[in-house]
Design a protein around this ligand. Structure first.
Ligand code: HEM
Length: 169
């Protein structure tokens, strides 16, 4: 099939395959090195206050980066706050079971292109997530907890951005 295509097209396919396998290898390595038990344990400490946690996350996001607020102009924020916590729970449960989360996360990233979530916003959101965790975990926000959440966020955002990139292509 590919042999009937112009050289430029084949080059593009090879590039895409190489780029996506680099992404998945790197992600695979990160997932394997992650202390999933610690991730889950720290998430469970926040879970009883999940509504307040999610509310505080968005308040912080909008106060630090007011430019992000316009993206949520028509959003039902109560529902959105629920989706944030549900997504984190889904990712933790998935990683624990060893599920392949790539398709779901890439699809979510693809949808975020339509929401106006630019790639530059992802690290900002990650920083706000970590600060909110610190606020709610207090002394339980140890350097190890910080490390495992940065790894988890990196895995999630890398997959979402890969989905966004494929959406744009
Ligand atoms: C790891 C990072 C992120 C996760 C897990 C996440 C998760 C979600 C989820 C579950 C939804 C619900 C709607 C759906 O299923 O499509 C959503 C919607 C949305 N997200 Fe994110 N998101 C992330 C990053 C971001 C970033 C960086 C931005 C940009 C500031 C952003 C802005 C939005 C907006 C504007 C919506 C649409 C709200 C609406 O329905 O009106 N998200 N996100």
């Amino acid at each position: 099939m590919l042999l009937c295509k112009p050289e430029r097209y084949i080059e593009q396919v090879v590039n895409d395959l190489t780029a996506s396998s680099y992404v998945s290898l790197d992600i695979e390595r990160k997932v394997l090195s992650m202390d999933v038990a610690l991730l889950k344990q720290s998430f469970e400490m926040v879970a009883p206050q999940k509504e307040a946690f999610a509310h505080s996350f968005y308040q912080r996001l909008f106060s630090y980066y007011p430019q992000t607020q316009q993206l949520f102009a028509k959003t039902d924020m109560k529902r959105q706050e629920g989706s944030l916590v549900a997504t984190l729970a889904m990712v933790i449960a998935g990683v624990e079971r060893g599920d392949n989360l790539t398709p779901a996360l890439q699809a979510l990233g693809g949808k975020h292109v339509r929401y106006g979530a630019e790639a530059d916003y992802y690290p900002l959101v990650g920083g706000v997530l970590l600060e909110t965790l610190e606020e709610y975990l207090g002394p339980n926000f140890t350097p190890e907890v910080q490390e495992v959440w940065s790894q988890a966020y990196e895995v999630i955002s890398t997959q979402m951005l890969e989905g966004a990139r494929q959406q744009i292509a």
